[in-house]
Design a protein around this ligand. Sequence first.
Ligand SMILES: [Cu+2]
Length: 113
Amino acid sequence: MFEKWAARALVVCGFLTIAVGLRWSRAEAVTAPSCCGSPATYTARGVVKSRQADGKYLLIAHEKIEGYMAAMTMSFEPRRPEQLAAVKDGESVRFTFTTTEDGRRLLDSIASE
Ligand SMILES: [Cu+2]
């Protein structure tokens, strides 16, 4: 008698676990950061921290970017070398960038403020 009840409880428990698990994974997919979704363009403000010697990246401490991410320091990839020359380290800048499906952030424009 007890065994039958326990077996039934296990089955119900299993179903609940699967149901909750499915719901969670779906919720995660919806709220996942927009790091690698479809391309989007954002405008942001920040301070240039440094640049990579090979000219491939600019490290920027950016303010909160509405609809994208909280304030943090991260790298952005200039589309053209002139973009690196246009700003100095330590300078406050305003910039526009476009995200790519593989998670890159390409600088469309950047200028000191
Ligand atoms: Cu960031």
